[in-house]
Design a protein around this ligand. Structure first.
Ligand code: IVH
Length: 673
């Protein structure tokens, strides 16, 4: 056998195996995208080398024949074929060309539909009564799942007058995302394994022996095609059949577009690729179908799919790969985060090598172990996630992963997980891993924004023993940088210039850069406005900090604890000595005369809109909540005020201020005599 023939045989073996896992056992071992890659490789081999093509190759078959003893076989009178795929614009255009050629140059109109990620189902109605539901199986023989499908609430049990004598309605059974999440939550509570995705959960739900279980799974249905039809009206186009199905009471997906060419299909696909996550159910592409039924007849079928339709598949959001290791990273506050080290895999538009596993409990819930084949998901802008292991592929003898007891840094101090908390921490202030993260954070865009001081350079500086805390970056010299790999005169000078430039960053940036636990950019902004300088913030008592807008007791406590630590004081003094500006506030530097006071504004004032008045209050350290309570210091009333706020203020005896009184309040912080 040639090498090619061996590969083809191996691909056939793998595809047959995965067909059975997916279609018969409802327990796939690889993601759809990985399966598609195997089929495409075999198709290409068979097309390039026709001598390798076999009559019973999986490339000319649909799904897999059912094996089950639970569900009776159903022969499809009109076969349930699959769809050919186009992966990109070129393949879509090639399909469009094939259609045109098949119609001897006549241009076809297309109906664009969503490709629902569920399970194909054929529903049979006779004399208006629902009589049978069958899975696709191998396209010729499916399984009778009537009792389970009868539990789907959105399906009509009886059709109105005028329905054909016999009608088979084809479509997709799917599980809405909210039902899937609720099901997995229930599974987690019961200590049962979670379903990897709504499609698998839907498949499992349809295979229940007891339809009462299926009924709890909240399955739904979108129909998109007719099977056998006897009697009833004649149609000339696909979109008419969909309208008719809607009239008969079947759920027809509303996101349908009729277009004149493949460019229109591509446009529809582009729109849904971008907006797919706004839908309450999962789709994995779009389907384009020739609209004219007569044209469809002319085009006909290949061995496994109609020539008149194509599935335009979106780039995969799920792939399977090997989890090589679980490691733990240490953050700037000492929080440790386990993460998965993966065999690189292209998913969700980028190559994923690592994925966070969040914390110890998450690893336990997912029970992922080094060596496992895992499903990796990256949906839209969301960070990559390890969905779970493929249990059937777990290596023998593997043990649940244990969270490490000691910090991975060279000091190797013991990690602590406080009772009742999800996070495990390194509490060693001298931990070099925490220190490096603090420097990275200090230099990051939202903080001191030092261009050229990214993770890689920080690690270099750290390895060379040049930094003990972030303030040390201000003592770096060109000679020291030139000693590091990758630095030349120009790059060293450039980095030193951006470090120098960071000394005049506005106070909120500096405050954020200190890396105080819980203190982000927005609270830093409020504190800077209210207190004006870093020294006054770090010297303020907890109560004054806590009453600043957007701050509260947790952040206030964190700031005070931080300032009390000697190493942090030293760090601040080093920053001062380096010449970092401690009091640069972007907006005017106002006395925090309203610190701790809540002033409600209603209506428009002479000199301020309501929003401006609220800003003026916040700029002086006050709060400006939307409603009046017993804690409200005063209510400022302008033109067209809210009546309920005035009534409430009167009831509670809260002072009511006009324009002049408000001006005085802004200047002095007190109410007029
Ligand atoms: S039409 C002969 N339309 O995708 C035409 N299929 O990958 C048969 N699917 O087997 C299918 N949404 O399970 C069609 N709007 C849609 C679809 C759709 C999802 C599924 C269906 C099919 C598979 C092919």
């Amino acid at each position: 056998m040639t090498e090619r023939a061996v590969r083809a045989a191996e691909l056939r073996r793998q595809i047959a195996h995965h067909n059975e896992r997916y279609h018969v056992l409802d327990s796939p071992e690889i993601a759809d995208a990985d399966y598609d890659l195997l089929v495409r490789e075999l198709l290409k081999l068979e097309t390039d080398h026709p001598e390798l093509a076999l009559a019973d190759s999986p490339t000319s078959q649909v799904g897999a024949a059912p094996l089950s003893a639970t569900f009776a076989p159903v022969i499809h009178r009109v076969p349930m074929t699959s769809l050919d795929n186009a992966m990109d614009e070129t393949e879509l255009a090639q399909w469009g060309d094939r259609v045109s050629r098949g119609l001897a140059g006549v241009t076809a109109r297309f109906v664009c539909e969503l490709k629902i990620d569920g399970l194909a189902m054929s529903l049979r109605y006779e004399q208006g009564k629902f009589v049978q539901a069958a899975t696709r199986g191998d396209g010729r023989v499916g399984e009778d799942v009537t009792a389970n499908v009868a539990t789907i609430a959105s399906l009509p049990k009886r059709l109105p007058r005028g329905a054909p004598e016999v009608v088979e309605v084809r479509g997709e059974v799917y599980m809405p995302i909210t039902s899937f999440e609720a099901l997995n939550e229930r599974a987690a509570l019961a200590g049962q394994p979670r379903f990897a995705n709504p499609r698998n959960a839907g498949a499992g739900s349809l295979r229940q022996k007891d339809p009462r279980v299926t009924a709890t799974r909240e399955l739904s249905f979108w129909c998109y095609q007719l099977g056998e039809v006897i009697g009833g009206p004649e149609f000339t186009s696909h979109h008419e059949t969909l309208e008719f199905l809607g009239e008969l009471g079947f759920p027809v997906n509303p996101e349908i577009r009729v277009v004149d060419d493949v460019a229109g299909v591509f446009d529809f696909a582009g729109h849904w690729q971008e907006h797919r996550h706004t839908l309450p159910y999962e789709i994995d592409g779009v389907v384009a179908k020739v609209d004219e039924l007569e044209q469809r007849l002319r085009l006909g079928f290949t061995s496994r799919a109609p020539r008149w339709a194509i599935a335009f598949k979106f780039p995969p959001e799920e792939r399977t790969t090997i989890l090589r290791d679980i490691q733990v990273s240490v953050g700037r506050t000492g929080r440790t985060t386990p993460f998965a080290v993966l065999d690189p895999v292209f998913v969700g538009g980028s190559t994923v090598r690592m994925a966070t596993l969040h914390n110890e409990d998450q690893v336990r819930v997912k029970d992922v172990r080094p060596g496992d084949t895992v499903i990796v998901r990256k949906a839209g802008d969301v960070i990559p996630e390890v969905v779970g292991p493929v249990l059937s592929l777990r290596p023998e003898g593997s043990e649940p992963w244990q969270f490490p007891k000691i910090c991975p840094c060279p000091l190797a101090t013991e990690l602590v997980r406080p009772q009742g908390e999800a996070d495990t921490r390194c509490v060693e202030p001298a931990c070099p891993f925490q220190r490096d993260q603090r420097v990275i954070y200090f230099a990051s865009r939202g903080a001191m924004d030092i261009e050229g001081l990214g993770e890689r350079t920080v690690f270099q500086l750290s390895d060379a023993g040049l930094i003990d805390d972030p303030a040390d970056i201000y003592t770096l010299t060109a000679e020291q940088l030139l000693g590091l790999e990758g630095f030349a005169r120009i790059s060293a000078d450039k980095l030193l210039a951006s470090i120098e430039g960071s000394k005049t960053r506005p106070l909120p940036k500096l405050l954020t850069a200190l890396g105080i636990k819980g203190l982000g950019p927005s609270a830093s902004e409020s504190l800077s406005l209210a207190f004006g300088t870093l020294d006054s913030i770090l010297a303020a008592d907890e109560a004054a900090l806590a009453t600043t807008e957007g701050v509260g007791p947790v952040i206030a406590g964190s700031i005070c604890r931080w300032s009390a630590i000697d190493a942090n004081r030293t760090f601040v003094e080093k920053l001062r000595r380096a010449g970092v500006d401690f009091g640069r506030v972007e907006v005017s530097r106002l006395a925090p005369v309203l610190a701790g006071k809540a002033v409600v504004v209603t209506g428009t004032l002479e000199k301020y809109s309501r929003e401006e008045a609220e800003l003026a209050i916040k700029a002086r350290g006050g709060k400006s909540p939307a409603s009046v309570s017993a804690k409200t210091f005063a209510v400022v009333v302008g033109d067209t005020p809210g009546a309920s706020k005035i009534t409430k203020a009167q009831e509670l005896g809260v002072p009511i201020l006009d324009d002049a009184a408000f001006e005085e309040l802004l200047t002095t912080g007190s109410l007029p005599e």
